[in-house]
Design a protein around this ligand. Structure first.
Ligand code: MSP
Length: 510
């Protein structure tokens, strides 16, 4: 029976069109989804848009477009981006959908039923840009302007009737949960920040707003809309048809295996979300991973800073797979990463074109000329061949463990090292000097082709179109990509006619 795996991206605000930061979260999630799928898991991969709240209402007002129409338009650009990025998401949720609103209202009623919500009055700071409430000690004044210290976004004073969630009550259970589940919040550096935030004391959380109407109505009190974060976080459940606990999706996929998010929204996911879930007696997700930021000129990319990098422009210039490869390889996962076109070009030229692309081209041209264009059949492995092939056997379990611990750096280093070693193997074995020993010549060619097959399997989660293009010459279809076959060195079909792999990646002139 297939094992299940549920991964989510944050749902994006459709306040402006997507930028590279959004593309990054989605590409990384797609990497994990594809990896798990080829490792035999039944994967549910969710992304979508977070469409309620004052931030969106104001953005629509500024654009002079009716709010839902505004959301329709920008949400569509995120949906289109999912296609452009070649994401394998199984669903795309919008918080303005009926299925979602019903789930949110149900969850609200559960919280009310459990006496976790009460009506009172909120007086304090609010950042519309972050959709977050801040305490006095989280605010600073710069040039006479009040802003949140963490995000530098403007805050405004709010004084209105509001429902509150008894967050304070969950302080100890949360700390205990973090202790009992050491990998619940990752990376470790971020986990420490969350724990110290909770240890500093949690105040009850305002979970409704009365002064605007763009949101999910509080059941039985339509003067209030539900706080956009309580609304948004519930998407992870509503997409599984919560509260229908007998629903297949819910049964198979909850609790989620990983919520992949940016570090900026860790507090909502690692404090509020588990508290809401505990309070409504719903199991908690297994892991919250807060990745770093993509920086542009040393700063987080954002509309207000005007330093946005448009993923579509980069894809148009270099192609999608080089961008995916670059982001996965060069932004050390869990840390911030400054992205530069120069480094992207280096990756494209050295790893993809010179290394992998060149290997594929050389070996297939050699096969055409010397093996009648067929995958050699009569082969006899020697120690040298088995040594390089067995490297995959020896590392398969390690690769799986590393990915389960989100160690992308190890995974990609293994691939790059294997590419170099394979190029070296082909050179050192000199098949062109073995024309009087055809079994040897055939074995070297077969071994190299088989490694290209194995490497393409491992590259598939990173550069899926390129990997499929290569595998196509071996007559291997997407649904035949299975990690477990990495240990089989006789996977390729002997005697199969194969084409020359032409230029996989075009080098950029520098
Ligand atoms: N709508 C909320 C999330 C709700 S999830 C229940 C939100 N949306 S957002 O559009 O502002 O940002 C979503 C995510 O995009 C961030 O958490 C992060 O994952 C990603 N990024 C946005 N800017 C980024 C960078 N500059 N770098 C990397 N990722 C960043 O927050």
């Amino acid at each position: 029976m297939a094992k299940n795996f549920y991964i989510t991206t944050p749902i994006y605000y459709p306040s402006a069109k997507p930028h590279m930061g959004h593309a990054y979260s989605s590409i990384i999630a797609d990497f994990f989804a594809r990896f798990k799928r080829i490792d035999g898991f039944n994967v549910n991969f969710l992304t979508g848009t977070d469409e309620h709240g004052l931030k969106i209402q104001r953005a629509a007002e500024e654009a002079g477009v009716e709010t839902l129409k505004f959301c329709d338009q920008i949400s569509q650009t995120f949906r289109d981006l999912s296609k452009t990025l070649n994401l394998t998401n199984t669903d795309f949720i919008r918080t303005t959908e009926k299925r979602h609103k019903e789930s949110v209202q149900y969850l609200w009623k559960e919280l009310e039923k459990n006496d976790e919500i009460y009506l009172s009055k909120y007086s304090g700071w609010y950042s519309v840009s972050d959709e977050a409430f801040y305490n006095d000690n989280e605010i600073e004044t710069v040039d006479g302007r009040k802003q949140a210290i963490s995000s530098k976004s403007n805050v405004e004073w709010v004084n209105e009737e509001s429902y509150f969630f008894r967050l304070s009550k969950w302080e100890k259970p949360l700390l205990k949960y973090y202790e009992d589940n050491p990998n619940f919040i990752l990376p470790m550096s971020k986990k420490k920040e969350v724990i110290s935030f909770v240890k500093n004391g949690l105040k009850d959380l305002s979970v409704s707003r009365k002064s605007f109407s763009w949101g999910v109505k509080v059941p039985d009190n339509n003067d209030h809309v539900i706080y956009v974060w309580l609304d948004a976080l519930t998407n992870y459940l509503s997409a599984l048809n919560y509260p229908n606990s007998s629903d297949k999706l819910y049964k198979n996929f909850w609790p989620a295996d990983i919520h992949l998010i940016g570090k900026d929204i860790l507090r909502f996911h690692a404090v509020y979300w588990p508290a809401f879930l505990m309070a409504s007696k719903i199991p908690l997700p297994k892991k919250i991973y807060g990745h770093g930021w993509i920086l542009s000129g040393d700063e987080k990319m954002s509309k207000s800073k005007g330093n946005i990098l448009d993923p579509l422009e980069i894809i148009k210039k270099y192609g999608l797979d080089p961008l995916r490869y670059y982001l996965i390889k060069e932004v050390s996962f869990g840390n911030d990463g400054n992205i530069s076109q120069e480094r992207l070009e280096d990756c494209l030229n050295s790893d993809l074109a010179n290394n992998f692309g060149n290997l594929c081209q050389r070996v297939t041209i050699f096969t055409k000329k010397n093996c009648d264009g067929k995958i050699p059949k009569n082969i006899k492995f020697k120690e040298n061949d088995l040594k390089i092939l067995d490297n995959f056997n020896a590392n398969l379990k390690i690769l799986r463990d590393k990915i389960d611990n989100q160690d992308l750096n190890f995974y990609i280093s293994f691939i790059v090292k294997s590419m170099f070693e394979t190029n070296k193997y082909f050179n050192d074995q000199e098949p062109w000097n073995k024309k009087d020993d055809l079994t040897r010549l055939n074995t070297i060619v077969y071994t190299t082709l088989e490694i290209i097959r194995k490497l393409s399997f491992l590259l598939y989660p990173i550069i899926p179109s390129t990997a499929l293009k290569v595998l196509n010459i071996f007559d291997i279809k997407e649904n035949e990509i299975k990690l477990s076959t990495l240990t089989n060195h006789l996977f390729l079909k002997g005697n199969l006619d194969i084409n020359i792999i032409d230029i996989l990646f075009k080098k950029v002139e520098k």
